[in-house]
Every structure is written in C-alpha cells, then in structure tokens.
Write a protein that binds this ligand. Sequence first.
Ligand code: SF4
Length: 321
Amino acid sequence: MTALLQAEGLTKHYRVARPRLLAPRPVLRAVEDVSFEIAEGETFGLVGESGSGKSTTARLVLRLVPATAGRVEYRGRSVLDLPPKDFRPLRREMQMVFQDPAGSLNPSYRVRDLIEEPMIVHGTPATAAERRERVGALLAQVGLDPSHAARWPHEFSGGQRQRIGIARALAVEARLLVADEPVSALDVSVQAQILNLMRTLKDRHGLSYLFIAHDLAVVKHMSDRVAVMYLGRIVEQAPRAEIWRRPAHPYTRMLLEAVPRAKVPDQRAAAAPPGEIPSPVAPPPGCAFHPRCPARMAICSQHAPVAKEIAPGHLAACHLY
Ligand code: SF4
C-alpha cells in the first residue's frame, strides 16, 4: 500500500473560557493522538458521533487549523511545518467538500466564477478560455448542464449545489478530497445520488477520499477502510468488511446497532446510541467510553487502553483485547 497521506499523533487542544474569575482556562481536547494512513485510490472513512473530533481532524490535515502536536505527511512531505509558499502546490491537490453546500458557495458569485476561482488562485489553467472550457467539462462531469454556468447558486437545489461544490473541489485536479459530512444536509432522496457520483468520480480520476460521516451506513457505502472516533481518539480502525463482520470495540458495536437496516442511507432514521458523549473539557479518566460501556471492567476507569492490532490491519483500543 502506497500511502498518499499519513497522520501521526495528531492532537488539537483549545483553551476555553474560564468557568469563574481567576480560575485557569480549561483545555478542550478536541483531537488526541490520532494516527492513520490513506493509500492512493483509497476511501478512508472517519465515523463517530457529533463532537468526536472528526471535523477537527479534517481541518488539521488541511492546515485549516494549526495542530497542537503531531505530523501529517502528504506524498512523503511533512506538510504542517512547510512555509505557505511551499505548501500551496500540495494544498492544490488536497481539496475539501463541505457539509453545507449552501453555506460554502459564495451567493454573489455565478456558478462559473465559483468553479473558476480555485483555478485562478492556483494559476492553472493559465488562460481564461481554457478555464471556461474546463468549467463546462466539470459541470458535465458532476451531472449538471454546462449551459447553466451563468446561473446563481440559489437557483439550484441542495443536491445540485453539492455537485457544484464537488466540481469546485475538482477544478484544480485534486488527488485527495476531504469530504466532511457531504450528504448530511441533503434530502434522503438525493443522498445516494451524491454518494454514487463521488464513487464514479473517484474511479474516473483515481482520487483518494478522507470521508467523514456520523452515520455508519453512509460510511459503509463509501469506504475501503474505516476508523471510529470517540471523544477525540480513534478507538477502532479496520477494513470495512472487518468492521461490519467483527466489530471489536464496544462503541463500534453500539454505533452499528443504531444503523437502520434500510438499503438507502437515512441518517434521520438512525437511533442515537444510548448515553451522551462526555465533555472534551473534562473527559472521564481511563477509557473515555467507560461511563457508557456495557462491558466495562475495574481497570477501565483507571487506565486508558492503548491501540493494539487484534487482526491484520484491525486496531482496537480496549482492555478487552
Ligand atoms: Fe469498555 Fe473498558 Fe473497552 Fe473502554 S476499555 S471500551 S470501558 S471494555
């Protein structure tokens, strides 16, 4: 497996407001010691409840927020400490698809300008004629009519706007798309269409995806390998089939039990796992999942488990193993 992207020990802490005057500012541990790799042509799914650190992990990888600790290598180059001018050519290859297509598209830009903008920023293609031709080709690739390039974002449906967001991400020949909940804001009827479009584009362009979702059904549809996050940490990581056949971590099992059995992913039909995710400002001692875990033991509240390889390519951080 040739790694396109490697993250090692990624950590992000934020200082939050003091609870009272003169008290020290508490630390919010959004992401804690997260490590994973994404191979060329692979879709790596990151799943977990809201507040588990998935989106912050995505932003760390793209340098949209500075890391507290850890390393990210993209095609063998350490990206977190590169000067901006050296990072820019790599950043061109690493593009983001956002959750909310309405909020991520500037409403005062026509569609052609939205898709052309990253080409102008990165200087490729160089001429206006080539860029306009590419806008038309990209619109066709994402299933939109190239003659609609002069329209405004509000003239499109939510699914169509997400197609525009994907065309924009592909405008500068990305190799890695970081997709943060790309279908969770869409109607159920169009979710599968967008997921299938992303799979088609991946095959056509040899893309790799870091694919983030809170719904395992959506991640299952898309991913080659899956990592499960809980309270800022990866608690289990394995090939997709292994996660579904032999889920090891009690949290993964809890998430799987909440997945609806319908064929079409329907995030609103999923039952929430029982209990609530604790505050990342005051995580429980030992294994952070122990207050919700049906399999907890005495050791679980005292010592944090270390991730172990329990089968080839299958890692779990749990005292059961
Ligand atoms: Fe449950 Fe203990 Fe495993 Fe944590 S370490 S998931 S509390 S069994």
